[in-house]
Write a protein of this length. Structure first.
Length: 223
């Protein structure tokens, strides 16, 4: 799509601020109501991803309001089923978007963006909107504080073991890192790639450590 045609298309699809405000209110209310079920993917996560995704959207020319909406609803699947893929939340996601006045075609577009941005399946050529969302969500995973402060919350929320989490992180993220599209935004890649590599190395070390019988005994003693 030529640049001027894309701008025109985005202008038609942009969501009014009132829609974003109402969507934010409803998602925040759900996160607070079910906070005990969302110790990792709660409002702290959603608000961080929403803010950073909007910043990345402004940089890459994506529709900022559509990206904000996608960020607000990207993890509602965890309200439907523990340890689930984004697609598990499609019904709730669309209900939230439509009930806030989003046109059906735009709501379906936002749902596709969420699917496109998912770490386990994303590729190098996803849309600009999905790139902005993906970079924000990936940054949350990459933050040096995440394994220190939040990893245990992920284990609790999703009912997985430390080994399963380590396998998931390395299994899903190593290839996209090595293929060069861990971050799509050049400034994000420049700022955060060192964090990403350190995080992947840490979780690779966790995978190796939990195979040690003495470490297994230590973990068993702590549970």
């Amino acid at each position: 799509m030529h640049a001027h045609n894309r701008v025109a298309a985005l202008a038609q699809c942009a969501l009014p601020e009132s829609t974003i405000t109402e969507l934010e209110r409803r998602v925040r209310e759900l996160c607070h109501r079910y906070a005990d079920r969302l110790p990792f993917h709660g409002w702290h996560h959603v608000s961080f991803v929403r803010a950073k995704a909007a910043d990345f959207a402004r940089e890459n020319g994506a529709d900022v309001t559509v990206v904000e909406a996608a960020a607000l609803v990207h993890d509602v699947n965890y309200l439907i089923r523990r340890n689930s893929a984004a697609a598990a939340g499609r019904g709730l996601r669309l209900d939230l978007l439509l009930s806030c006045g989003t046109a059906e075609d735009v709501a379906c577009w936002i749902d596709r963006i969420v699917d496109e941005a998912e770490m386990s399946t994303r590729g190098p050529d996803i849309s600009l909107e999905a790139q902005a969302l993906s970079d924000a969500d990936t940054l949350f995973k990459t933050l040096p504080i995440t394994p220190v402060v939040l990893a245990h919350r992920y284990l609790t929320e999703n009912g997985v073991t430390l080994r399963e989490l380590a396998d998931k992180i390395v299994g899903e993220q190593r290839e996209v890192h090595d293929e060069g599209y861990y971050f799509y935004n050049p400034s994000a890649a420049a700022l955060y790639s060192r964090w990403a590599l350190a995080n992947l190395e840490l979780w690779q070390c966790v995978r190796e450590a939990v195979d040690d019988p003495a470490v297994q005994d230590l973990l068993a003693a702590l549970t």
